[in-house]
Design a protein around this ligand. Structure first.
Ligand code: TEU
Length: 555
């Protein structure tokens, strides 16, 4: 077993709005989560990551927080939350909370004060600038379309918002703000939580000069001036010293635009910053030069190269986080597998990948059921601010509506936000009311009740993978050696532990594929540990079946 509990753990991510509604208002809530803890225990996960449940006007579904120390009434009360923590702990699981401190809501008391006057004590909690040449202070665009600056008439200045205009960026240059954040973190940690997932934490330090990206008209991605900014490591080391180091917890930072070299600075064991980061390189493999809405087919060789780079890049330096989807991404099965003909096979194949690499796997709610993307007929059914803003912007710019809808079907964040499919009853058993976003119409076929009753389901395969990790000490393997780097159809790799090794063979497509184990990989005995077809293929030379995944132990 590993030296730290979070290395041996499997994390399950809950997006509370879409998980389980207990009171019929169509919005998932904390009592709903409580009613499903036994389901999660049965799945076998160790840690639950709860997306934001704090007070929020919900411009970005809770990622715009107006009070860091209270629970949104739609989700329940602080007493419900205390009960949730107690019940999670009673089942031997742990709870990590989402920490969103790159920005707050514009309805947070700090911002309400900050915008009042230039000499308000909270003015410097946010990033205010006068206009330049009669317009915005610079040419940075928001992640959610348009300018990253909003003019405020009261003081005739602009404030920075990298996300929506209801999400003003906090000013980490201000030591008072930092201390308030640390106090708030300690307040939650003292309640007994087991760590934090930190939202866009590598964006907290901006180049204080706030330079333009280019000259000329238009909004541009200003990442070079705020991704891994000048003081980010100083801030995280301070946070670690002041707060994190005092507790036995895990931390995972969401970090946009990091390479393994950057990541080593955040998660290096000697650096005293974070335990893990989420990188975005795999999330960009099917994006063209114009960003995420510019669709491009992925190439398995890119996926292999990126995974190999992270596996070897952090070897001996830091710990990986392993994910293929979350609340911001399309469903992995629709994106990297086949959500029609080979749903079960491809869902299991992708799971096999995530659970046999070095790092901690993160399961996003519904992934264990093989939930898929959704295609709503009209934009009216979509709720996500990023999607809606992009639609309006690109339509105005003249892009064909059908073309925009196709981009939303492939990449929109609401793909991952349709309600959990619990059973075949109306609204998939998620709510007795009207769900805040429509349920995926495939729920009669894809739901938890069906999966739990089917011994061959994706759900039971996840249980086996999680059990295997524990019983067979999968985290105990080290090294990562890619087999057949240029093979466009099969992803195979070997990891080792002393004299034995773990061989993983994955067919990434719905056709048969040939696999040959190179002669130099010697073994006298092979034991199949897990796989999605029986009996497993012949090891030395196999014709793999559609989306076949096999894991062997070689002696
Ligand atoms: O996301 C950060 C982020 O920039 C992207 O994932 C973003 O959602 C988008 O897909 C980029 O095209 C985090 C949260 O996970 C997300 O839900 C929030 O909306 C965002 O930060 C702001 O808090």
């Amino acid at each position: 077993m590993a030296d730290k509990w979070w290395k041996d753990s499997v994390v399950y991510q809950i997006y509370p709005r879409s998980f389980m509604d207990s009171d019929g208002d169509g919005i998932g809530d904390i009592p709903g989560i409580l009613s499903k803890l036994d389901y999660l225990k049965r799945l076998g996960v160790d840690v639950i990551w709860l997306c934001p449940v704090y007070e929020s006007p919900n411009d970005d579904n809770g990622y715009d927080i107006s009070d860091y120390r209270s629970i949104l009434s739609e989700f329940g009360t602080i007493a419900d939350w205390e009960e949730l923590l107690a019940q999670i702990h009673a089942r031997g699981m742990k709870l990590i909370m989402d920490l969103v401190v790159n920005h707050s809501s514009d309805e947070h008391a700090w911002f309400v004060e900050s915008r009042k006057s230039k000499d308000n004590p909270y003015r410097d909690y946010y990033i205010w600038r006068p206009g330049a040449d009669g317009g915005e202070p610079n040419d940075w665009g928001s992640f959610f379309s348009g300018s990253a600056w909003q003019y405020d008439e009261r003081t005739e200045e602009y404030f920075l918002h990298l996300f929506s205009k209801k999400q003003p960026d906090l000013n980490w240059e201000n030591p008072k703000l930092r201390q308030d954040v640390y106090d708030m973190m300690a307040w939650w940690l003292d309640k007994g939580i087991d760590g934090f997932r930190m939202d866009v934490i590598n964006l907290i330090s901006k180049n204080p000069a706030l330079p333009r990206v280019e000259q000329g008209e238009g909004w541009r991605f200003g990442g070079e001036h705020f991704m891994n900014g000048p003081r980010v490591h100083e801030y995280l080391q301070e946070m670690n010293r002041e707060v994190l180091s005092k507790y036995d917890i895990m931390t995972v930072g969401e970090t946009i635009g990091v390479t393994p070299e950057d990541a080593a600075l955040y998660v290096g064991e000697e650096r005293n910053e974070l335990n893990m980061v989420f990188h975005f390189e795999l999330m960009d493999v099917d994006s063209g030069p114009h960003g995420k809405w510019d669709l491009k087919p992925w190439d398995l060789r890119d996926i292999k190269r990126i995974i190999a780079k992270w596996q070897t890049g952090l070897e001996g330096k830091g710990w990986n986080s392993l994910y293929l989807n979350n609340h911001d991404q399309p469903r992995m099965l629709s994106r990297f597998g086949d959500d029609r003909t080979y749903r079960k096979e491809s869902g299991k194949m992708l799971a096999t990948l995530l659970h046999t690499l070095q790092g901690t796997p993160y399961i996003y709610q519904g992934e264990e059921l093989g939930m898929t993307n959704v295609r709503f007929a009209s934009i009216e059914s979509y709720k996500d601010i990023e999607t809606l803003n992009m639609f309006a912007e690109q339509l105005a710019a003249g892009r064909d509506e059908a073309d925009i809808m196709n981009a939303i079907y492939a990449k929109g964040r609401d793909n991952g936000r349709t309600p959990m499919q619990w059973d075949g009853s109306e609204h998939a058993g998620f709510t007795t009311g009207t769900p805040w976003i429509a349920v995926n119409p495939n729920y009669p076929d894809i739901n938890a009740e069906q999966a739990v009753n089917d011994p061959d389901s994706i759900f039971h395969y996840y249980r086996q993978l999680i059990a295997l990790r524990r019983e067979h000490d999968v985290t105990g393997y080290s090294g990562f050696r890619l087999i057949g780097e240029e093979d466009e159809r099969v992803f195979a790799y070997v990891r080792s532990r002393g004299e034995e090794s773990l061989l993983v063979v994955l067919n990434f497509f719905g056709d048969q594929a040939e696999f040959r184990l190179p002669e130099e990989i010697g073994f006298s005995r092979a034991e199949r540990l897990i796989g999605n077809y029986d009996p497993p293929a012949n090891l030395r030379r196999a014709l793999l079946r559609p989306y076949e995944a096999q894991v062997y132990r070689l002696f």
